[in-house]
Design a protein around this ligand. Structure first.
Ligand SMILES: Nc1ncnc2c1ncn2[C@@H]1O[C@H](COP(=O)(O)OP(=O)(O)OP(=O)(O)O)[C@@H](O)[C@H]1O
Ligand SMILES: [Mg+2]
Length: 286
């Protein structure tokens, strides 16, 4: 029998598969170094019960860039985001396959400290959700959770720094004891960003952070994100395509649980590879 037609032994098959996998990992590692990848998502699949809501999702988030997730309602943007700090863990029926690495570490490794992961990967939500307490206490509470022995003076310094960093300090410095609920929506959202910053995260994820804000407050948040990206890695989910165009470096376009297109924002908006992306970015459906 011709050598090339002979069925290979099962071990040879396995070895070939292992080599191919090794090859793939090497290529990804080289690319990660080139792009200064912070989050590496490899073949992510997510189910809620038997419902597959994300499949074949592979991409990487470079450090100190803004990556925007766009796509119609229900396509899996928030689900993908919540995988990055394991917020989905608490959802009944949630299961996932594939791998997500943060700084080269598998975040689903059983040895991972989930509280520490959530400190590193902070989250800001669509509706500003300050606690019903003072401005100072909103931030102090988050800081004490991770650092219970922090001194009063040190804590005051951290609170001030976070508010300065979130461009809110000048508006609130005269009365930090005021209730956070008395702030405007835009100020509340900046307070929530300050709260996320106060625990010194690496990544800040924002899920439609401007959805309930007026254009001026939205512009202030956008300016803030463009400043913060020097020190943090930012992922933002947005339905506002003009916003994604204005502030993002990379764009991930999701459609029905698949990552249809990923890449440089300008390229995705101006010269999309897929017809579906072109339709979405010119507003044909949403
Ligand atoms: N807790 C949950 N339990 C079961 N199914 C869920 C849950 N959360 C989301 N889903 C389903 O997963 C899919 C993706 O939802 P997801 O919230 O990630 O979409 P999205 O892109 O963020 O949408 P939107 O733009 O409306 O916020 C949807 O079909 C949704 O119904
Ligand atoms: Mg969502």
């Amino acid at each position: 029998m011709n050598e090339s037609l002979r069925t290979p032994a099962p071990e040879a098959d396995e070895a070939a598969m292992l080599l191919a996998e090794l090859d793939r990992q090497m290529i990804r590692a080289e690319r990660a170094l080139e792009r200064n990848t912070l989050i590496d998502v490899d073949n992510l699949e997510v189910r809620y019960g038997s419902n597959v809501v994300l499949r074949d999702v592979t991409f990487d988030v470079p450090a100190n860039q803004i990556t925007a997730f766009i796509g119609p309602s229900g396509c899996g943007k928030s689900t993908a985001l919540r995988c990055f700090n394991r917020m989905n863990d608490e959802i009944r029926g949630f299961s996932m396959n594939g791998r997500i690495q943060l700084g080269g570490q598998d975040i689903y490794d059983p040895r991972v400290d989930v509280t520490e992961l959530r400190r590193q990967v902070g989250m800001v939500f669509q509706h500003p959700n300050p606690f019903p307490m003072s401005i100072h206490e909103n931030i102090a509470l988050a800081v004490r959770e991770h650092n219970p022995r922090i001194s009063r003076d040190e804590l005051d310094g951290v609170v001030e720094q976070a508010l300065v960093h979130a461009n809110l300090w000048d508006e609130v410095k005269d009365d930090l004891k005021r209730s956070a609920l008395a702030l405007s929506g835009g100020q509340q959202q900046r307070l929530c960003i300050a709260r996320a910053l106060a625990v010194r995260p690496t990544v800040i994820m924002l899920d439609e952070p401007c959805a309930s804000l007026d254009p001026i407050s939205t512009a202030r948040i956008e300016e803030l994100l463009l400043e913060l990206v020097a020190d943090y890695t930012i992922i933002i989910v947005t339905h506002n395509l003009a916003q994604a165009r204005r502030i993002s470096d990379d764009v991930a376009f999701f459609l029905m649980g698949r990552l249809l297109e990923f890449g440089d924002a300008r390229r995705v908006f101006e010269d999309p590879l897929r017809r579906e992306t072109a339709d979405y970015v010119r507003g044909a459906y949403g």
